[in-house]
Design a protein around this ligand. Structure first.
Ligand code: NAD
Length: 440
């Protein structure tokens, strides 16, 4: 379909709409650290909306950074770990973000993830700011008792900086419901029983129905909707998913239930492929943190790098950051990408995907299902009232698809990428809140 100018109707040609309309930008290298990479995306959007200089500085600088040493008693004596909580912005509400246990955790990574949370909560318009935390450790080398002591010792050091109206942690990579239960228990020793201090809790301690599956459900919902907009029917669409943890495995479950053909999934040990579609429920039953997807005989083993280069309709990176870079993005053959993980695509790779017209549904929308249901959990805790699962799922769908439609309108009207549209929307919302609250 042609418009008056003879170009194709943008609502039928996302690849055209995805190309930057005006400026040609020199690509940033892959040398940016994670925080610089998020701020690169911020700068691109801030320039477009002429954000005042003082706000550009304020919104790129975290509100507060807490770094602690955490000694724990271990078999061989004491071992010391480094823990972080970065609180990025709180104009729109208490700060919110996960807690990650991983050897690569450092201040720049936590800053980047905290900043992403500010933009994510603003894109889906839930009344939170952004924060993130982490402990640099290898949880596979820690016993359950050591993990519990590490978590409790971390809370002892940061409890005065978190709370239901200041900063509310949640699970992220290598943390889970049990970690949240320990945090709740330790925090409550100082402040009295306070379930709203964390989300992603077990149901028995005030967790919400639908929280565990929320991020994966959201990624699947958005993949379905965005695919439809570029003419891909999710029924029969081929999908490759990197990462088979909380996000990846739930996402695979929901996509398979929609009729998609999930042809490849992976974990840290490798990837598995089956051209006519993997048996996702079998994989979810048999594989897990102690048994890799490549060990259960679900299909042909391939390299993780090959998964990213598969000729599929939808590629979903749902593991860690920086997996698509300037070096390997040229191998991507997927028709669209949905970011289940946080920051899986470097700015250099992102620009190349834009130029090739491959739409990317960005992390700050695509994986916002988790923080959205965390918000519902927090609301339920404050109200001391339980929502049934179908209410949680309905509200989640409404929130995510509403945000998607808002972004989609901007993508089509301004012929910009979903990521740029998302940052512009988020920055405007945060800047408006700051202006309305006034100075001091
Ligand atoms: P998880 O620890 O449950 O799972 C991570 C998965 O990635 C595991 O299967 C692991 O084996 C795999 N993995 C690790 N390194 C890999 C590699 N190099 N190649 C392939 N696979 C690899 O973590 P999660 O909670 O599923 O989080 C995954 C991503 O989603 C992270 O970026 C996280 O920040 C983001 N995220 C999570 C949530 C949530 O609610 N859990 C919400 C928003 C965003």
């Amino acid at each position: 379909m042609n418009d008056e100018n003879g170009s194709r109707d943008p609502t039928h040609d996302l690849s055209g709409a995805e190309r930057p309309a005006t400026e040609r930008e020199s690509p940033p290298g892959d040398h940016l650290n994670p925080f610089e990479a998020v701020n690169y995306q911020f700068d691109r959007a801030a320039r477009r909306i002429d954000l005042p200089d003082y706000l550009q500085v304020a919104l790129k600088t975290p509100y507060r950074e807490v770094m602690v040493e955490i000694p724990i008693r271990a078999r061989e004596g004491f071992r010391t770990y480094h823990g972080y909580r970065v609180q990025h912005e709180n104009a729109r509400g208490p700060m919110k973000g996960g807690l990650r246990y991983h050897p690569s955790v450092d201040l720049d990574e936590v800053r980047a993830l905290a900043s992403l949370m500010t933009w994510k909560t603003a894109v889906v318009d839930i009344p939170f700011g952004g924060a993130k935390g982490g402990i640099a450790c290898d949880p596979t080398q820690l016993s359950r008792g050591e993990l519990e002591r590490l978590t409790r010792a971390f809370v002892q050091r940061i409890h005065s900086f978190i709370g239901p109206t200041t900063d509310i942690p949640a699970p992220d990579v290598n943390t889970n419901e049990q970690t949240m239960a320990w945090i709740l228990d330790e925090y409550s020793k100082f402040h009295g029983f306070t379930p709203a201090v964390v989300t992603g809790k077990p149901l028995e301690l005030g967790g919400s129905a639908g929280r565990a599956s929320a991020t994966g459900r959201g990624v699947a919902l958005l993949a379905e909707r965005a695919a439809a907009d570029i003419g891909i029917d999710i029924r029969g669409a081929t999908v490759a998913i990197q990462g088979f943890g909380n996000v990846g495995s739930w996402c695979a479950h929901f996509l398979a239930a929609m009729g998609a053909r999930v042809v490849a999934v992976s974990d840290v040990r490798g990837a598995v492929f089956r051209g006519d579609g993997l048996d996702i429920e079998y994989l979810r039953r048999e594989a897990g943190p102690d048994r890799s997807v490549v060990e259960v005989g679900a299909g042909e083993t391939i390299r993780n790098a090959d998964l990213l280069a598969l000729d599929v309709d939808i590629l979903i990176p749902a593991a860690l950051g920086n997996v698509l870079t300037g070096r390997n993005v040229g191998d991507v053959r997927a028709r669209m990408i949905v970011e289940g993980a946080n920051a899986p695509i470097t700015p250099a790779a992102d620009l190349e995907l834009e130029e090739r017209g491959i739409p990317v549904i960005p992390d700050i929308l695509a994986n916002a299902g988790g923080v959205t249901v965390s918000y519902f959990e927090w609301v339920q805790n404050l109200q001391q009232f339980r929502w049934p699962a179908d209410r949680v799922d309905d509200e989640l769908r409404r929130t995510l698809l509403g945000a998607y439609e808002t972004l989609r309108a901007s993508v089509v009207e301004h012929r910009i990428s979903y990521r740029l549209a998302a940052y512009i929307l988020a920055i405007r919302r945060v800047a408006d809140a700051i202006a309305l609250r006034g100075q001091d």
